[in-house]
Design a protein around this ligand. Structure first.
Ligand code: SF4
Ligand code: SF4
Ligand code: SF4
Length: 496
């Protein structure tokens, strides 16, 4: 029998689990054509393949192509288009990128030693992820994202800088995934380590796809085989260690369709949901996700602050004092992230002090208050990351047109666009770029205030005095954070 890693979502769920059932009318998989597609073992392969080709071309062109980063295919597609497109995909579809991701996809092909077949053996040592570390959930992913972003800033990779650095970064992620897949079982890398996983999972909670869910929970509770978790000849055991019968959010469903193929009772479907459902609905929240949200918010706020002239002065002063070679100084980098986590924590502490009912004080913990308030910030987090990508996108995404014609700097003109004037076209003026950022953040701010109002009203109702006062205080804090981001975007003036 398979042994499942402990985490706060899956612990003891057969005994306590009470999810909200998905609405059968919104089931995408009720259409026979879609069912046939998703049942095919080649389904995920054909999503991964195009991205796999593009990313190997990215690696090669970064190493061998034109030296100018604004003309090199690898830097143009990665930093002007891909990063922005991935955020749109997260906001729309949750882990849609994970379905087609070439990093995990490549490593999984090697691990399974097949592109799509169900093979009984895998090429892996099959080690379990440490139970002690699994308590920290996605925090290693958050830490690795913070570390990788530091190197990206230090080497100016996404500005974009030297194209070979982009290739190195992509090779590093693919290499780490490969090593991890060869050592650890299933997609432990995606579940715990991938630097993108925490961001995709949290931002993806705003999305309109539920992930794979059971149609009738009672059938799952009575199910003897649990093929979705243990695998069968039709499908692999869930690579993400999820049980579709327990899911109350789309956080950890990689949309790989294995459970859909292997459930003997045909009790699994893919459903649509209203935006923000996976932010508001979860009945049990995860402290690692809540802390991750605060840290990721700190990181994107750092990326706003670093575009202000005053930051360069402070960073330069710190570097001179510490004899540190260049931007960004690790003290201000980590300091800004820690300060944002600190401000959010201090606010939660204050709110807890003011609003906890006297008779509930003995059993009211900081984490109980921190989790719902942090989850409410997810839409703002999503909006801020997306807004931060917009200047590069609007100013330069058309540079892909000349870049695709001569990716290896061999004097080719594959599509007749090598000298296209689109290279110099900016789709929006600077004022237009700033307006687009303000619109995105304003939408995120409103969505966050709404989500916070709903979450706090439900999760903290039994703990708090003056429920409406608490809702106003927490939603107001969200609006204040959003307003600070708006002010920063105005001050940044469309800076990249
Ligand atoms: S978690 Fe990371 S490696 Fe895994 S599929 Fe998602 S982006 Fe790719
Ligand atoms: S195999 Fe099907 S019925 Fe059994 S637990 Fe999994 S989803 Fe439910
Ligand atoms: S097996 Fe099912 S629940 Fe697990 S990641 Fe794949 S689609 Fe999601």
């Amino acid at each position: 029998m398979a042994v499942w890693p402990k985490d706060s979502e899956n612990d003891g769920l057969q005994a306590h689990f009470r999810p909200t059932d998905p609405d059968p009318r919104t089931e995408i998989t009720r259409f026979p054509f879609i069912r046939r597609l998703l049942k095919s073992r080649k389904f995920q392969f054909f999503w991964i393949l195009p991205n796999q080709i593009i990313f190997w071309v990215v690696i090669l062109t970064g190493l061998l192509g034109v030296a100018s980063p604004t003309r090199n295919f690898s830097t143009v597609i990665t930093w002007y288009i891909w990063f922005c497109a991935v955020f749109l995909l997260m906001v729309g579809v949750g882990r849609g990128w994970c379905l087609m991701c070439p990093f995990g996809g490549f490593a999984e092909w090697v691990q399974r030693s097949t592109f799509w077949n169900r093979r009984p053996k895998s090429l892996t040592l099959g080690r379990r992820w440490s139970e002690r570390l699994s308590r920290y959930g996605l925090l290693p992913s958050v830490a690795l994202f913070v570390l990788l972003t530091y190197f990206e800033e230090f080497y100016n990779i996404a500005a974009p800088g030297v194209p070979a650095y982009t290739s190195t970064l992509v090779l590093f992620v693919i290499g780490s995934a490969l090593i991890s897949f060869l050592l650890l079982e299933r997609r432990s890398f995606c579940r715990y380590l991938c630097p993108l996983s925490a961001l995709i999972g949290t931002v993806g909670a705003t999305g309109m796809v539920t992930g794979f869910r059971t149609r009738d929970r009672q059938v799952c509770l009575d199910c003897k085989t649990k093929d979705c978790m243990r695998g069968s000849e039709h499908g692999y055991p869930c690579p993400w260690y999820e049980w579709p019968g327990s899911a109350t959010s789309n956080l950890m469903c990689g949309l790989c369709t294995e459970c859909f193929k292997s459930c003997p009772s045909d009790n699994i479907g893919l459903f649509l949901q209203k935006p923000l459902t996976s932010v508001i609905q979860p009945l049990r929240r995860r402290w690692d996700i809540a802390l991750g949200i605060a840290a990721l918010l700190g990181l994107v706020l750092f990326q706003q602050v670093n575009a202000l002239p005053v930051y360069a002065t402070v960073d330069g002063w710190l570097n001179a004092r510490m004899h540190f070679p260049g931007y960004p100084n690790p003290v201000d980098y980590l300091g800004i992230i820690a300060a944002v986590v600190g401000v959010i924590s201090a606010y939660v502490w204050l709110v807890q002090k003011v609003f906890t009912r006297r008779d509930r004080k003995p059993d009211s913990t900081f984490t109980q208050w921190f989790m719902p308030i942090a989850y409410g910030l997810i839409p703002l987090l999503a909006a801020d990351y997306l807004a931060r990508q917009l200047p590069r996108f609007w100013d330069h995404f058309l540079r892909i047109v000349p870049a695709i014609s001569d990716p290896f700097d061999l004097g080719w003109n594959l599509f007749g666009t090598a000298h296209s004037p689109l290279y110099n076209v900016h789709v929006l003026s600077t004022a237009g770029v700033v307006r687009s950022q303000l619109i995105v953040v304003a939408l995120g701010m409103i969505a966050s205030a709404y989500a916070t109002w709903r979450i706090v009203g439900r999760d903290l109702r039994s703990m708090s005095l003056r429920a409406n006062g608490l809702r106003l205080a927490t939603s107001g804090f969200t609006l204040l954070l959003g307003a600070s981001m708006l002010a920063l975007y105005v001050a940044m003036g469309g800076a990249q």
